[in-house]
Design a protein around this ligand. Structure first.
Ligand code: GLU
Length: 445
């Protein structure tokens, strides 16, 4: 067992031991086969962005996905129709109501959000149903790609919910009677029952949550399941609406996008960090797994995962702000030294995003020695530049050039400008020394 496996598994095991004795809560019984679940079952699973899988307890025990399917079918609808179109039919406001409430907007009849049953039924109805690609086939494919393996349906649970699901059917009729929907929620409710009866394990759910956290790419299979903006949209709605009438309290205390289901599944996603899942079928009054809620809440607290926490500032984006004369290898000759004093140098490292690029630009300003000096931006130790940061840095360098400053970039891997690209202004070099030498050559000594 590797050191990482030990540390992560130990943390999960400790939570498992801590909460496995909690006997509060009740099995959902309005879908009769759900009462056959083992009330003692308790599994925890975590999947990292590198696809490392960790599971303890009953992480491999199958159960029906129920409402945990909702964010993933919402993701499917968003990727097929786009956010604006989906929002015309399903709003994205927390309802503060129970999962099966009649949460329909006055006037439009639009459900409050896609995480309550009313919104989920409409979301399912929005998934196209064509002879070549039937609606449920699309949904099962999509859920399977999120999980990274082929999932199937628990026919007994499906048949039972179809037989007892009059409240959901009533909701569908009500929606059809109030809203000018382009689709038929009454027809879709049977598909919705089937989607709720898809069988998963806690490890499957962790993979599904990890795929959302990983920008829509399944970290186990490398499959791009949904576009990155869709993954972010789904996580946003999970954060505000995923825990029904306990959503505000959950965001306040735990601070992670999450979704619970009545069979005892619970997922939480740490964006760009991991997917987490719990399975334990004893539910609290809001329909959430009691042990799952406790375990994920404690994990978030212990590991400082709350999204609103001030993220640890990557303190060392800028590693150097000086003039070329201050560099260790600077030659001592007076004339050369004077030239190099007119060359400002700032060096950055790591992955550059908006925040990091702001620091780098500020450092370039600080490093300046007057309006006529040259500027070298050293990106040798930069590992990545996102599109926002790239535009900011290019814009900053162009402004310096427009101010009459000579600009050069040490960018051996072509991260800021593609190799051979016509940059307009800055000259690109493979090393800081070459960039400095070029700037110093023409600096007025
Ligand atoms: N199939 C269940 C229903 O629609 C899902 C509810 C839930 O998991 O919260 O009633």
């Amino acid at each position: 067992m590797s050191v990482a496996t030990g540390a992560v598994t130990d943390a999960l095991r400790e939570l498992h031991t801590r909460y496995s004795g909690v006997g509060e809560g009740a099995l959902a019984d309005y879908i009769p086969p759900l009462t056959h679940a083992d009330p003692g079952a308790f599994g925890l699973a975590l999947i990292s962005m590198d696809g490392h899988r960790y599971g303890v307890g009953e992480a491999d025990v199958p159960f029906t996905v129920q409402s945990v399917s909702k964010p993933f079918v919402y993701a499917l609808a968003l990727s097929l129709l786009g956010l604006d179109e989906v929002c015309r039919w399903v709003n994205a406001e927390p309802s503060g109501e129970a999962f099966n409430a009649i949460s329909l907007e006055r006037g439009t009849g639009r459900p409050a959000n896609a995480m309550v049953n009313a919104g989920a039924i409409v979301t399912t109805a929005l998934v196209p149903d064509t002879p070549r690609a039937p609606r449920f086939g699309r949904i099962l494919d999509c859920l399977s790609r999120f999980a990274g393996r082929r999932l199937d349906v628990d026919e007994e649970v499906y048949a039972s919910e179809a037989a007892t699901g009059d409240r959901n059917r009533a909701l569908a009729y009500l929606i059809r009677s109030t809203g000018p929907l382009p689709v038929d929620p009454v027809a879709a409710v049977e598909t919705y029952f089937r989607q709720c009866a898809v069988r998963v394990t806690a490890l499957d759910l962790a993979a599904m949550a990890a795929t959302l956290a990983h920008g829509g790419v399944n970290p186990l299979t490398g499959d791009r399941v949904v576009p990155e903006p869709v993954a972010a949209q789904v996580l946003a709605v999970m954060a505000t609406c995923g825990m029904y009438d306990a959503s505000g309290d959950w965001l306040l205390r735990v601070g992670l996008p999450a979704k619970s289901g009545v069979s005892g599944g619970l997922i939480a996603a740490g964006p760009a960090r991991f997917g987490l899942a719990a399975y334990s079928p004893l539910l609290d009054a809001a329909g959430t797994s009691v042990r799952g809620r406790l375990a994920i809440g404690k994990l978030s607290e212990r590991l400082g995962l709350h999204l609103m926490h001030n993220p640890a500032l990557a303190g060392s984006t800028v590693t150097l702000v000086t003039t070329a004369a201050g560099l260790p290898a600077a030659p001592a000759g007076a004339r050369e030294r004077a030239r190099r004093e007119r060359v400002a140098v700032a060096a950055a490292q790591g992955a550059l995003d908006f925040t990091a690029a702001e620091r780098v630009l500020y450092a370039l300003d600080e490093a300046g020695t007057g309006r006529t000096g040259a500027v070298v931006l050293d990106l040798v130790r930069v590992t990545d530049i996102d599109t926002v940061a790239r535009a900011m840095l290019r814009g900053g360098l162009a402004r310096l050039d427009a101010d009459g400053r000579r600009t050069a970039v040490a960018d051996p891997d072509g991260r800021l400008y593609a190799p051979g690209e016509e940059t307009g202004a800055p000259r690109c070099f493979a090393s800081r020394e070459e960039a400095v030498a070029w700037c110093a050559e023409t600096a007025v000594g």
